[in-house]
Design a protein around this ligand. Structure first.
Ligand SMILES: Nc1ncnc2c1ncn2[C@@H]1O[C@H](COP(=O)(O)OP(=O)(O)O)[C@@H](O)[C@H]1O
Ligand SMILES: [Mg+2]
Length: 257
């Protein structure tokens, strides 16, 4: 087993960084119970992500953002329209590390799901701990890690899945402001080294402006596309840069409708 982030056997070719396309995609949850009401979560959503692009999905909480990612990952089927995506992996809103496994065991899970044995999966994941700022914490349990470290372990596991499309659901929402800022920089650096197609769900307009190539602004539920804003700014970006601030303002205006 190699020690880079090369795709495991059966996963798409390295370099095959995938694309995503939604065409008037809709999803209505069926009623729960006899007296329940159907919940329209996503309505007529059209947007695309080209290989290697970071597309941010910004919208108020409860509008249908997580549902959109589940559609892209094939965890749900649209009830209308079409969703076409290369193999996509979901990094859920909560880090979902297994508390009884150590950090290395949690990161290596992605490889074990591809059929690697325990020891070879751990051996393949271990060299990446240095690069992810986790060296020395291989045998720490999730409860012994800081929030930022837990997110890095979860992100490492997501990358090791070898899928070309990463769906990140509010990856930094639970972190304090300083850690969040560090993690944004770290994500931007990591993607510069390991390009992937990323759908980044966030309700943080600044995060979208700092990280995205394109920002899809969603309405309150059901999520419809209120605006698609191109963010063609050079990288690296600082949140306080004038062009980033101007971009934030455009997104905020679109959110207000
Ligand atoms: N499994 C489900 N069954 C019924 N309704 C759901 C289900 N999952 C989410 N919803 C509803 O769909 C709407 C959108 O949810 P979600 O996609 O989680 O929004 P967001 O991620 O933007 O906060 C919410 O009103 C939520 O209550
Ligand atoms: Mg959500």
């Amino acid at each position: 087993m190699t020690t880079s982030l090369e795709a495991p056997p059966g996963a798409p070719e390295r370099g095959a960084i995938g694309a995503v396309r939604l065409d008037a995609a809709s999803l209505t949850y069926p009623p729960r119970g006899r007296r329940g009401l159907a919940v329209e979560a996503v309505a007529d959503v059209t947007f695309s992500a080209a290989p290697g692009e970071v597309v941010a999905l910004v919208g108020p909480s409860g509008c249908g953002k997580s549902t959109l990612l589940e559609l892209v990952c094939g965890l749900r089927l649209p009830t209308g329209g079409a969703v076409a995506a290369d193999p996509a992996v979901l990094m859920p809103q909560r880090d979902l590390l297994l508390p009884w496994l150590d950090a290395l065991g949690n990161a290596a899970l992605a490889l074990r799901l591809h059929g690697d044995g325990r020891d070879s999966a751990r051996a393949a994941a271990a060299p990446l701990f240095e690069r992810f700022g986790l060296a020395g914490f291989e045998t720490a349990r999730p409860a012994e890690l800081s929030g930022g470290m837990r997110q890095r372990v979860a992100f490492l596991r997501t990358l090791l899945s070898g899928k070309p499309v990463l769906c990140l659901d509010e990856p930094f929402a639970a972190l304090d402001a300083i850690t969040r800022d560090e993690m944004r920089r770290w994500l931007a650096d990591t993607l510069a080294q390991e390009p992937r197609t990323v759908l980044l769900v966030t309700h943080d307009v600044e995060e979208a402006a700092v990280l995205a190539d394109r920002i899809v602004v969603l309405t309150p539920r059901p999520a419809r596309v209120a605006a698609v804003i191109e963010a063609a700014l050079p990288r690296p970006r600082e949140a306080t840069q004038a062009d980033v601030v101007a971009l934030r303002r455009r997104v905020t205006d679109a959110l207000r409708g």
